[in-house]
Design a protein around this ligand. Structure first.
Ligand SMILES: Nc1ncnc2c1ncn2[C@@H]1O[C@H](COP(=O)(O)OP(=O)(O)OP(=O)(O)O)[C@@H](O)[C@H]1O
Ligand SMILES: [Mg+2]
Length: 271
């Protein structure tokens, strides 16, 4: 295990009336800047308020298409807020240098794209770019439940589940202060899920890092998170301590979602 980097304290992420929109009939969200364009906007996410504390693990749950990935993408400028503000460590995302923001707030996608070269090349890419000490690729691979020897394999031959784990190792290698996880265990078997959950929670404990974790698996959400945000139709419909949200949903819509997603065969990744 490497010593924590000097800036490894977890990031604080704060949403202030944040929203994301696209021009109706268009797929290019970059054309929308604070609603100035006129025309008709389609809001993917509206009026998000809330704060993720340093070191907290927040589960983001909600039906498919409700805006969960959009919410994550606002935190590291993969998408620019169309309304309101998002702050990372109290600096508005647009005031960050994008490359530095994305190093500090690292996203892991459900279907990650591998860079050309070996698995080691993938793991070392961000540290090289940012002039950080090179990580121990073999140790990182073992941490996420892969063989250390995989470091020398070409990355393009990996299975979906292997890619998910290499992407997590790659994100940890850049010594982030927050991890944005978008359904990162969806391609894993039960053992793989547990190993990856343990690796993420150990990282959080050791570095004080912050986690925002989108999952369709409500059992996983309850296992890993302190706080849960429920996204319904582009709005935050519930926000609170995980067990309280599950025990007493604040509205009928949230109750119905939780009940539906927990029925066998309803949650997309529910075992
Ligand atoms: N670039 C885009 N242009 C237009 N619409 C978009 C764009 N990106 C996302 N959307 C729409 O925004 C809504 C929210 O999408 P998002 O990907 O955030 O949902 P999600 O909750 O992550 O869903 P899933 O669980 O299926 O991953 C969806 O209706 C989606 O079709
Ligand atoms: Mg999504």
């Amino acid at each position: 295990m490497q010593p924590p980097s000097p800036d490894s304290r977890g990031a604080a992420i704060r949403f202030d009336h944040a929203g994301a929109a696209v021009l109706a009939g268009e797929g290019n969200h970059d054309k929308v800047r604070n609603g100035e364009e006129g025309g008709s906007l389609r809001w993917l996410l509206r009026d998000v308020n809330g704060r993720v504390e340093p070191g907290q693990c927040v589960a983001i749950i909600g039906p498919s298409g409700s805006g969960k990935s959009t919410l994550l993408s606002l935190c590291n400028l993969l998408r620019t807020p169309s309304a309101g503000h998002v702050f990372v460590d109290e600096v508005e995302v647009r005031a960050w240098r994008p490359s530095e923001l994305r190093r500090r707030v690292a996203m892991v996608f459900q279907q990650p794209v591998m860079l050309p070269g070996t698995v080691r090349d993938n793991i070392e890419a961000a540290p090289r770019l940012h002039g950080l000490p090179l990580p121990d690729a073999r140790e990182l691979l073992e941490r996420v439940g892969l063989f250390a020897s995989m470091a020398e394999q070409p990355a393009d031959g990996l299975s979906g589940g292997q890619r998910q784990r290499v992407a997590l190792a790659r994100a940890l290698a850049q010594r982030p202060a927050a991890l944005l996880l978008d359904e990162v265990t969806s391609a894993l078997d039960a053992d793989g899920v547990r190993t990856v959950e343990a690796a993420i929670l150990a990282w959080r404990r050791e570095t004080g890092g912050t986690v925002m974790w989108v999952t369709h698996d409500l059992v996983q959400a309850r296992r890993v998170s302190h706080v849960t945000w429920v996204v319904l139709e582009g709005r935050i419909a519930a926000q609170g301590e995980t067990e309280k949200v599950f025990a007493s949903p604040p509205s009928e819509a949230v109750r119905a979602f939780l009940a539906g997603a927990q029925r066998p065969g309803q949650g997309e990744d529910t075992p």
